[in-house]
Design a protein around this ligand. Structure first.
Ligand code: ANZ
Ligand code: ZN
Length: 830
């Protein structure tokens, strides 16, 4: 074929790959494995460029490693449960299952047109009861081990989605998904005790050498380990003791007041009659303000005095007890000792309410701080203690140690490590999720703790429903509106009982789906542990950086639970994480509905073909960086593939099948050198995740072959035949359809991924000529090309022979000659 017509070849190859099962995992049992994974999509109706890019990054590796001889697992599935389908159902009455099915079909069809190398025999759908059954199984295993519990707590209630959402989904007091206000609500909920793993999850980060530093440091901050001390302040004339958490016990002699969270349990008890009205009003106002609104940066610090005092355990002196908006009841102990001289927040607060400021730490060197009432701002660094009784003169760190030990010895406190991370509440009051496998029996379980559904009764399936009456977005949770489902029998007494009507957060589904791919139809457990031995951990995981502290932390937690259950052999699920950058529109803003700047992948595929779409998206920038869509560049890539096509077909008549037994010289050698260098350069760039330079390398290679012209001698023809085979090799990860066409026309008997990635010949890739910069008085005058191993004298002679250099030195005397091997020479003249 003379003309490049992608539409004529792409479908053909997609069908052939599919029929031959060329991307099935497990075909090479003796070979080393690679598990290449991309975050599974939520099947919305349409695939966008972000998806395309995400899957392409994985696809390059899947094809490349298969060519390198690995047994590659590259699966795909659907994160099919969740809010959007249910919210849509509330609007238009289409059952979420129906909509989800349609969406998956169209999404999958569209994926097909891009020629991704998936092993579809392992497809997983999280809304399949055979999948979520194992969510329920995990829940029960974790319940038995104390890793699931029911708590009564303050939750984030989204007023738009009518459900609880995670802290991570609240952005500036609104729901990340629907942008409705989020309010605090007290209610019982189920939670995973992820905090039991805080330290393990933190330590594990050190192992993750191939994760982006940005992601590991976000996880570190999120877990928020803090080393400090808990100390008790007694309240005279009361049994009450206020326990504070501080990272700066060394400053305790400077504590001039104590602050409790407005919802701290001692507030009511401690408040004096004179202060009650003011305190009650403040507490009430705070209760109606969400946590984010209370503590967001820029929110003014405010508080009220309770009228009570507490005794500083070191000085024995009383200090006033306040309550304030900035102290959180769910961090540390919900109470702080305030040291205005050494903490900025306490300083501002003390100034505002005229509370005393007392300096107790002086800088170890330099100017001394003035007395507290003359202080301009808090001194927050470590230093040497002053006015601190027997601790005066000690450096901060040493004082912290001594003071912590003393509190412990006296039973008035202890050193303590605190984590900012919270347990993961996963109850959702929605329909389209995994039913929580719990039943409540009034007789056997009067406290309503809940009893797990017996394992042999799993899965607890979602009931069939009348969509319009059940999915209304109002009133009780949807499942509570299905009496035939809610009413069941108690597993203990066989009497009447009620099912839990909450469903699980869909982040549960994405905690372990990658393991289900290993044995998607296994029914003796969530997956076959033998397969886990073979395939886990995942070698390369590709997804959006927005998952840094939810999915990527939750699934690390879950993996450790799976280890505990003996299901997986290692601690961490993923070796190398790649977080892809954003695809922006041509206007530089994130591509999508919001700005109406979307480019539909299908429009590009239809017009230019999948190979152009693929190659462009990978050429537009390094995978981890954002890029702006450029239509000119799409055209440019299309023209490049046309050039590739023309090159291959022009030489076909003379070169296909050509062989040569003798030596290669002159042009024949140049062709071979270009081919072997391309193989080396593209392979190395792929390994370094530099797909754009890999593609640039292919472009240069194609240019070099054009420049070398038509092969004439038998040696040149044979060299060109090899060059065309190599061209198909290096194109395979990016433009696999064109690659197959070329390979086939040059006599390949098998698919390019199966034929493999040949080793380059080291003798053919050495650069025997390198450039030298030639300077005169440090100023660049010329560039010369010199044999790599040329001696200093030879380089100098060549440089001196250059006309531009001679012109620059004319009439001057040489003072010095500088020679930097393989880089530059400099003539110093005067
Ligand atoms: C006294 C003190 C003196 C503090 C000083 C700091 C500087 P991280 O590092 O984030 O753990 N704190 C403790 N519990 C709190 C709560 N529930 N709400 C708001 N603030 C709380 O921070 C620990 C510090 O944050 C603690 O150390 C406490 O203030 C405050 F010169 O105690 B510090
Ligand atoms: Zn019972």
């Amino acid at each position: 074929n003379e003309r490049y017509e992608p539409q004529a070849i792409e479908q053909k190859w997609q069908t052939r790959w599919d029929e031959a099962g060329v991307f099935r995992a497990g075909k090479r049992p003796g070979a080393p494995k690679k598990y290449i994974l991309e975050m599974l999509p939520y099947p919305s109706g349409q695939m966008h460029m972000g998806h395309v890019r995400n899957y392409l990054i994985g696809d390059v590796y899947a094809r490349y490693f298969q060519m390198r001889g690995y047994d590659v697992l590259h699966p795909m599935g659907w994160d099919a449960l969740g809010l959007p389908a249910e919210n849509a159902a509330i609007k238009d009455g289409v059952h979420p299952a129906v909509r989800t099915r349609e969406n998956i079909d169209s999404f999958k069809k569209e994926m097909g047109t891009l020629g991704y190398s998936y092993d579809w025999s392992r497809e997983v759908n999280t809304s399949d009861p055979e999948y979520y059954r194992w969510n329920q199984w995990f829940f029960i295993q974790m319940l038995q081990r104390g890793l699931v519990f029911r708590r009564f707590s303050k939750v984030n209630w989204c007023t738009g989605c009518h459900t609880v959402i995670a802290n991570e989904q609240v952005k500036d007091g609104t729901c990340e998904r629907c942008e409705s206000p989020v309010v605090d609500r007290e209610q019982p909920e189920w939670a995973f005790r992820i905090t039991q793993y805080s330290q393990a999850l933190l330590d594990g980060l050190d192992e993750l050498k191939e994760w982006p530093e940005r992601i590991t440091s976000m996880q570190r901050n999120w877990i928020g380990r803090s080393e400090g001390v808990e100390a008790d302040f007694n309240v005279p004339g009361s049994e009450a003791r206020i326990r504070v958490f501080t990272t700066r016990i060394d400053t305790i002699y400077g504590c001039t007041y104590v602050v409790l969270a407005p919802d701290h349990k001692l507030v009511a008890q401690l408040t004096t009659p004179a202060q009650r009205a003011e305190v009650d009003a403040f507490v009430k106002r705070m209760a109606a303000t969400s946590k984010t609104d209370r503590t967001a940066e820029g929110v003014t610090k405010e508080g009220v005095f309770t009228g009570a005092h507490a005794i500083n355990p070191f000085t024995g002196q009383p200090v006033p007890i306040w309550i304030a908006n900035f102290v959180l009841s769910d961090y540390g102990t919900g109470a702080v000792m305030s040291v205005p001289a050494h903490d900025e927040r306490d300083f501002d607060f003390a100034r505002k309410y005229a509370l005393p400021i007392k300096v107790v730490v002086q800088p170890a060197a330099g100017d001394k701080l003035p007395p507290g009432d003359a202080l301009e701002k808090a001194y927050t660094e470590d230093g040497v203690l002053v006015d601190s009784g027997e601790y005066s003169g000690l450096p901060s760190a040493e004082a912290r140690k001594k003071m912590g030990e003393k509190l412990r010895a006296e039973g008035r406190g202890e050193p303590k490590v605190t984590y900012r991370q919270k347990d993961w509440g996963f109850s959702r009051q929605r329909y389209w999720g995994t039913p929580i496998p719990i039943v409540y029996c009034e007789k056997c379980d009067p406290e309503r703790k809940g009893q797990p559904v017996p394992l042999e009764q799993l899965p607890v399936r979602l009931p069939e429903i009348d969509t319009q009456t059940v999915l209304t977005g109002k009133g009780e949770p949807p499942l509570a509106k299905v009496p035939s489902w809610v009413n069941t029998t108690c597993p203990t007494c066989k009497g009447p009982a009620r099912r839990e009507t909450e469903t699980m957060d869909t982040f549960v589904d994405s905690c372990w789906y990658f393991a289900r791919y290993l044995s998607p139809h296994y029914n003796e457990g969530p997956f076959d542990p033998k397969e886990a031995q073979r395939w886990l951990p995942v070698d390369v995981y590709v997804g959006g950086p927005e998952h840094a502290v939810m999915h990527l932390l939750y699934f690390r937690f879950w993996f450790r639970v799976m280890k505990l259950l003996g299901l997986v052999p290692v601690d961490e699920p993923v070796k190398r994480l790649i977080t892809q950058g954003i695809v922006n529109g041509a206007d530089g803003r994130k591509m999508g509905k919001r700005y109406g700047n979307g480019v539909a992948p299908s429009s590009i595929v239809q017009k230019y073909g999948a190979d152009t779409a693929r190659t462009y998206v990978l050429f537009a920038g390094p995978p981890e960086r954002d890029f702006d869509w450029s239509h000119e560049q799409v055209e440019g890539v299309f023209r490049f593939l046309k050039r590739v096509w023309t090159l291959a077909s022009t030489h076909h008549a003379v070169a296909a099948g050509a062989t040569h037994a003798g030596t290669y010289e002159g042009k024949a050698l140049e062709i071979r050198r270009a081919a072997h260098k391309a193989l080396k350069r593209v392979g190395e760039a792929i390994e370094r995740l530099s797909f754009n330079t890999a593609i640039a390398g292919i472009m240069e290679y194609v240019n070099a072959l054009y420049a070398l012209g038509t092969p004439e001698t038998p040696a040149e023809k044979a060299a060109m035949a090899e060059a065309m085979r190599f061209l198909s090799v290096v194109l395979t990860p990016f433009a696999p359809h064109v690659a197959e066409e070329i390979a086939e026309s040059y006599g390949a008997k098998d698919f390019t991924v199966t034929q493999g990635w040949p080793e380059f010949d080291p003798a053919l890739v050495v650069d025997d000529v390198i450039p030298y910069a030639v300077q005169v008085n440090g100023k660049l005058r010329a560039e010369i090309r010199v044999p790599v191993d040329a001696a200093e004298a030879d380089v100098r002679a060549l440089a001196e022979a250059d006309e531009r250099v001679q012109a620059a030195m004319a009439g001057k005397t040489l003072r010095k000659f500088v020679f930097v091997p393989k880089r530059l020479v400099n003539f110093v003249v005067g």
